[in-house]
Design a binder for this molecule. Structure first.
Ligand code: NAD
Ligand code: IPM
Ligand code: MN
Length: 353
């Protein structure tokens, strides 16, 4: 039986996690799989109440006693410096060494895209975002804070090991999944040290994958070209920050953050599964949060736990929800958050009959 830590987190993270858990409940009955879901109270409220973000023991337990971690979202205006999200979310990515942030982007239906004349087969890509280094490591500091002479330093840390393993993971994914091309996105023109390392390693590792085409596109140019020619992209590999930005942009091409799942992985270790979106404070209490990204994330998690048939079934139901307009308003529908979860469960039951 797979043991899964469920961390609803903050804001709409709680609402969408409830729907993902609902769907996990439905598939357990329908497909006869057994999951042990253990809810964890981590997030802004606990931090505000206790001053604790996450303890070393809790982090160790998540790393060793679970097969997967599912997280809704972290982010709350009552914690303006985002300290808890850094400790918990970035903490898990860094301390559990989850170096692959895999973000698949797929267009279900042309009308979901803000792009003109785009077909589902044109937007089908996977972003491999480096998830354990780059400018996210928090190395740096502030000097003369609050004065006119203030200095703020945020170091960009890139190791040969870190760069090589994410690039290798991207090429391996391309080969195993029959993807034709891997695109590196960096800013080697402005940041030659980090970019130079990425480009050298990309060429070296890429040479081992003669069956996979490769090209490098600067991150700014890629932001343009993803909008103009999304069909050119299959697998994109990028340092942490560019991968973060490009994944929101890519999500917009297929209908927005309500349809973008994500996984933070290190082969052989516990995986962290989280929608790409955040806690969306603008949607809290409106019943408009789209739970499909969280439900797709649950499918991604089941696939990684070896339940590919169930993952396929969930993804097909999500696709039918989108095609049939059984969605929240962001995708043009009129359903509330829980009603979308109910619809997916009902559809899964009917499809399984
Ligand atoms: P956000 O992703 O929360 O929201 C961006 C926009 O997308 C908003 O207009 C929002 O309404 C919309 N949106 C997001 N999720 C949606 C959904 N499920 N259905 C419909 N619309 C949705 O990004 P933000 O506003 O920049 O950040 C809010 C907070 O979330 C911040 O504290 C941020 O740090 C945090 N955050 C957390 C995560 C995470 O936990 N993985 C990811 C991104 C942002
Ligand atoms: C994401 C989020 C996080 C990130 C934030 C909340 C730190 O934007 O998961 O994409 O930048 O990685
Ligand atoms: Mn992001």
């Amino acid at each position: 039986m797979s043991r899964i830590a469920i961390i609803p987190g903050d804001g709409i993270g709680m609402d969408v996690t409830q729907e993902a858990v609902k769907v996990l409940g439905c598939v357990q009955e329908e497909y006869g799989i057994a999951l042990d879901l253990v809810e964890w109270n981590l997030g802004a409220q606990r931090y505000i109440d206790t001053g604790i973000t996450i303890t070393a023991e809790e982090m160790a337990e998540l790393g060793s006693d679970y097969n997967a971690i599912f997280l809704g979202a972290m982010g709350d205006a009552r914690v303006p410096d985002n300290a808890h999200a850094r400790d918990i979310l970035l903490g898990m990515r860094f301390q559990l060494d989850l170096f692959i942030n895999l973000r698949p982007i797929r267009l279900f239906e042309s009308r979901m895209s803000p792009l003109r004349d785009v077909r589902p087969e044109d937007v089908d890509m996977v972003i491999f975002r480096e998830n354990t280094e780059g400018v996210y490591v928090g190395m740096g500091g502030t000097f003369k804070k609050g004065t006119a002479d203030e200095i703020a330093i945020e170091e960009d840390v890139n190791t040969r090991k870190g760069v090589e393993r994410i690039i290798r993971a991207a090429f391996e994914h391309a080969r195993v999944n029959g993807r034709l091309r891997v695109t590196l996105s960096d800013k080697a023109n402005a940041m030659p040290h980090a970019g130079g390392l990425y480009r050298r390693v990309f060429a070296e590792v890429g040479a081992e994958f003669a069956d996979v085409e490769r090209n490098a596109v600067y991150a700014d140019a890629l932001a343009l070209d993803l909008v103009l020619h999304p069909a050119r992209y299959d697998v994109i590999v990028a340092p942490n920050l560019f991968g973060d930005i490009l994944s929101d942009l890519a999500a917009a091409l297929v209908g927005g953050l309500g349809l973008a799942p994500s996984a933070s992985l290190h082969p052989g270790r516990v995986g962290l599964f989280e929608p790409v979106h955040g806690s969306a404070p603008d949607l809290v209490g409106t019943n408009r949060a789209n739970p499909l990204a969280a439900i797709m994330t649950a499918a991604l998690m089941l696939r990684h736990l070896g339940h590919a048939t169930v993952a396929d079934a969930i993804e097909k139901s999500v696709q039918r929800a989108v095609r049939g307009g059984h969605t929240t308003p962001d995708l043009g529908g009129e359903l509330g958050t829980a009603a979308v979860g109910d619809w997916v469960c009902r559809d899964l039951r009917e499809a399984g009959e």
